[in-house]
Design a protein around this ligand. Sequence first.
Ligand SMILES: Cc1ncc(COP(=O)(O)O)c(C=O)c1O
Length: 364
Amino acid sequence: MKVIAPNRVDREFYRYQKEYEMKTLQVLRSGCYVLGKEVFSFEEEFANYIGSKYCVGLASGLDALWIAFRILGIGEGDEVIVQGNTYIASVMGITINGATPVFVEPDEFYNIDSAKIEEKITDKTKAILVVHLYGQASDMKKIMGIAKKHNLRVVEDCAQSHGASCYGNKTGTWGDIGCFSFYPTKNLGAYGDAGAIVTNDESIARDVRVFRNYGSEERYHNKVVGANSRLDEIQAGLLRVKLSHIDLINNERTLLAQKYLCKLKNPRIILPIVRKNVDSVWHQFVIRCKDRAELIRYLDKKKIGTIIHYPIPPHLSEAYRYLCVSKGTLPITEQYANEVLSLPMYSGMTDEEQGYVIDMINEF
Ligand SMILES: Cc1ncc(COP(=O)(O)O)c(C=O)c1O
């Protein structure tokens, strides 16, 4: 068996190679490379797919997050509730604007524990940032109820949950703003950096559209100090190609996850579980193991690559030392950081590859 990498984005490229190459040439020959037909068409198609009224393409998922909070007017002196076990970009989306993240422990599904949100609400709390981690939608009915009761905004970090839903409604459609990343390894990944926001609020969509383009709607007439965060034509075109295959790609991941769930049998390993009335698009297949270092070394010898999402929780990172959230404050978050491990999972993974990973883990 050859080396099995944790991810193989090239497999999906080769499956639709002709379509990608034709689209790239078409854009290159068009003479329009920024904010043209491909971007506007992608925005419309992605909004349709998610079930949102508006989509605005941006340069990255991090931009989607910080621009979302900027447009909502959440910054200095405000607090935003977020789960402790997320990728650091979620937290940066809050702090870039000067707001303070308030960490809540995750539940057994690795998403924010909705039962622990209310105890963290203060008179400074302005929003909840919900991260649909590893592809599984969070407990949105409960979270929206809490937000309504306390008059809080809800921003969804959907960087890992393209197409996942809760009670049949896709992630990104529940809160005020849904933020997406199209980083190449995402379920809907571009071939470079890209991101977007979705919203049902026309004025938010308009503000983001203005903000991403130096704060101008009309050339040289700048309304606000904005940013340059435009989705480019090539990425938008390639995303349109991938979007037309996204259900197949997500189904394929689901089948891989089902096989892992059914065939992995090792008492040293904890398998992921999915909440009732929610689904997962299996951005990652994350197991837990108390002897993680030993497992990684063992899999390494068997030529199986794995990744830890994420070994250092944001509150313990050097970047957030200034928040003074000490070690031990978030025991579940910290336990997960010490035990989680993502197994190889990608569109185009063969039966043989997955079978080998399963056999090796069962032998561990
Ligand atoms: C949960 C989460 N939020 C935000 C981001 C940031 O996205 P990007 O890398 O496109 O800036 C990522 C992706 O890396 C992510 O996984």
